[in-house]
Structures are given as structure tokens and as C-alpha cells.
Design a binder for this molecule. Structure first.
Ligand SMILES: [Zn+2]
Length: 160
């Protein structure tokens, strides 16, 4: 039987000791060089990083090229891509508990040399296929987190 101790602390068990504590903190941090990526999500744009020396495009924010060390330039990625691979997660962090099980996908884009990890929404696990065409969707109210973007199966244009 759970027992309340103080300040919202609840003891569920003594051996092993299992307690619930309330924990809250304000955390101020800077996105620094990755700021344009998160601002881009708020504008419905997915920004990758391009190295002009290596002609290499990262599908993720990367301030410097990992091959030559040169500062990269922002390059907008297409909204559409294909599933390179995927996994179905039956456990996730608190932000995803309501969606569990959920599907994580590595998306490949034309013109990008690396993949982008994101969630796939709108498809049952048994419907997901490698090579499936997907399109990026953006949170209408941005939280300036990487979860502001996710992918959904691309709708085929009807032939009528
Ligand atoms: Zn480079």
C-alpha cells in the first residue's frame, strides 16, 4: 500500500525501496550553433549541414564537418524521403508513453549523405516497409525540440 511521506513523496515498497518523488527544475540552455535547425523546425523547414569542401551533406545539424573539420553551411532538406530502416519501440521516455508502441525510422533524403532519426506516425507497425515514402510533418505549436518534426507515410496522388 503506497504511503505518503512528505512533499509529495510516496513510498511504494521498502525492499527494494521504491519511492515516487516530485522533481521540477527550470533549465536555461542555449542551442548555440544548432539554433537554426530548431528555428527551422518552427518554420516547417528541415535543415541539414553541408560541407563545401567535401561536398557532403549531413541530414542533421552539424556545425563542422566530421571528415575535414570545416564549418558547414545550412542546407534545406526535402520534406519527402524514404525509410532506410525502422524499429518498433515498446518502451520509451515519458514524452512517448502515450504513443507506445511507436515506430522510429531512419529517413534517407535525395541529396543527403546521412540519415535522420525520427518517429513515424500514421502507420501501423505491420504496414511499415523499408523504402516506404514518407513526408515530414511539423508541430503547429513548436516546443523547439527535435520532436517538433516527425514523418508520416506519403499519400499517393489518386489517378482520378
Ligand atoms: Zn568536409
Amino acid at each position: 500500500m503506497p504511503r505518503k511521506i512528505r512533499n509529495g513523496t510516496v513510498v511504494y515498497n521498502l525492499d527494494p525501496l521504491i519511492v515516487k518523488d516530485h522533481y521540477e527544475i527550470d533549465y536555461r540552455h542555449s542551442y548555440a550553433q544548432d539554433s537554426p535547425f530548431f528555428a527551422g523546425l518552427a518554420k516547417g523547414r528541415l535543415l541539414g549541414s553541408f560541407c563545401s569542401k567535401c561536398r557532403y551533406t549531413y541530414a542533421t545539424p552539424r556545425s563542422h564537418c566530421c571528415q575535414c573539420g570545416r564549418a558547414t553551411e545550412w542546407r534545406e532538406l526535402p520534406r519527402d524521403g524514404r525509410i532506410h530502416t525502422y524499429t518498433v519501440c515498446h518502451y520509451g521516455g515519458e514524452a512517448f508513453l502515450d504513443e507506445t508502441p511507436f515506430t522510429l525510422v531512419l529517413v534517407e533524403f535525395k541529396g543527403a549523405d546521412t540519415l535522420f532519426l525520427s518517429r513515424l506516425v500514421g502507420a501501423k507497425a505491420e504496414e511499415v516497409r523499408i523504402g516506404m515514402e514518407v513526408t515530414a510533418r511539423f508541430a503547429p505549436t513548436p516546443s523547439f525540440r527535435v520532436t517538433d518534426v516527425w514523418f508520416e507515410p506519403k499519400l499517393k496522388k489518386s489517378k482520378t
